[in-house]
Design a binder for this molecule. Structure first.
Ligand code: SF4
Length: 396
């Protein structure tokens, strides 16, 4: 497993795979080819199918300059290595290619070249069972597996992540307007927040959780700065749930940072043994994983045992198995934003369910990850971030 720094990335939305990673790739290519007269960027497969709605073209044009960038969209050409492929070419004044680079956006904002080894692994654990066994045998909390593997510095990084998440919720609650893109979708976080505050405190939980998750997801859709958890499209779930716990359940920042470590171990396990790429496994890999991460965090913050925390994560993902990715107009708005709010509520419910039990359960989190990977593999491509099936075709 790689560092949690590779999972929790701070950057501009609305899509870790379609915006964050292409922007970084473009910057890298520009840094190495500064003297070109123009740049041609060819987007393949799912990156091309939903690239307009996900603002991939804008992200790379902002790096190379609008007048110097040509975008070629090849949605029907899927390169064998991964569905999200892009080729950068540096051109001279006569459009001759001076240099070129093909790379892949493999999920959660990560880039990988064909045949290149993934980022360095810093965890000796191969799956969640090994983490649970280590914590149980050592008598230590789950989250300490992150410190054990990455050193104390990782907690400072998680503190930065938490600050970014909180700032994002606050910005999202302040903004009231229509989101960019052709849907003219109005932001809802502010009105949810106001209505929730007007409720009796014991009835306000759904509204507040939804408001905070919406705030972050709407910031993401508005191209604001977010933290991938595990992706941009699903970034409202963990942030929204933790914000709710801090301000309505008296949880401290230190406890939340520890819970972010545990949530990160959950997300890392899926990254290692399944996928967090909507283009590869559909939305179960984004919203489903975010729900599992948040559920584990909540279970820990409510005092759960190691097995109850693992159970909460298992429930969080299991009931999103098979969830398709079918974004209307290719935008990260419908159904994505609402899904974040629903998953935030479900994460708390999953944690509570696990805490009502003694933690014993038949299906392990690792088994659900395996099922998710197989289900994602079996899903037809039209339900994997191509905007060619489901809601994306029905909504007019
Ligand atoms: S439907 Fe899910 S996987 Fe697809 S773009 Fe939206 S959040 Fe991402």
């Amino acid at each position: 497993m790689q560092s949690l720094r590779e999972l929790y990335r701070i950057g501009m939305g609305p899509s870790s795979s379609h915006t964050m990673a292409p922007r970084r790739a473009a910057q890298y290519f520009l840094d190495h080819n500064q003297k070109a007269a123009a740049y041609r960027v060819t987007l393949y497969g799912s990156l091309a199918a939903t690239g307009k709605g996900h603002f991939t073209d804008q992200a790379v044009m902002e790096v190379f300059g609008t007048d110097k960038t040509r975008i070629v969209w090849l949605k029907d050409t899927v390169l064998p290595y991964h569905a999200n492929a892009m080729k950068f070419e540096a051109l001279d004044a006569k459009e001759n290619t001076l240099a070129q680079w093909t790379t892949y956006s493999v999920g959660g904002g990560a880039l990988q070249d064909e045949g290149e080894a993934p980022a360095q692994e810093v965890y000796a654990f191969k799956n969640f069972t090994e983490i649970v066994d280590w914590a149980t045998s050592q008598g230590r909390p789950l989250w300490t597996a992150a410190v054990e593997s990455e050193g104390e510095e990782i907690m400072s990084y998680l503190a930065t992540v938490w600050n970014q998440m909180q700032a994002c919720v606050r910005r999202g609650l302040e903004h009231e307007d229509v989101l960019p893109g052709g849907l003219r979708l109005a932001r809802k976080a502010y009105s949810f927040y106001k209505k929730a505050l007007a409720q009796r405190p014991d009835l306000s939980r759904t509204g507040l959780l939804s408001a905070y998750a919406l705030a972050v997801s709407e910031e993401n859709a508005g191209r604001g700065i977010v933290v991938t958890a595990p992706t941009c499209g699903s970034c409202g779930v963990v942030a929204g749930v933790l914000y709710y716990l801090k301000y309505h359940r008296n949880v401290t920042d230190r406890e939340i940072i520890n819970a972010l470590a545990t949530a990160g171990l959950v997300g890392n396990t899926v990254k290692q043994n399944g996928s967090i790429s909507g283009a590869e496994v559909g939305c179960q890999g984004e919203i489903g994983v975010a729900c599992a991460m948040a559920a584990a965090a909540v279970a820990q913050l409510f005092g759960g045992t190691v097995s109850q925390i693992e159970y909460a994560a298992e429930i969080g993902l299991e009931h999103f198995l098979g969830l398709t990715c079918d974004p209307v107009m290719g935008l990260v708005q419908i159904p994505c934003i609402e899904r974040n709010a629903i998953a935030a509520n479900r994460a708390v419910a999953a944690a509570e369910y696990a805490l009502y039990t003694d933690g014993q359960h038949r299906v392990s989190f690792d088994d659900v990850v395996k099922a998710m990977r197989q289900t994602g593999h079996d899903l037809p491509p039209l339900y994997k971030e191509t905007a060619e099936g489901g809601l994306a075709t029905l909504y007019k």
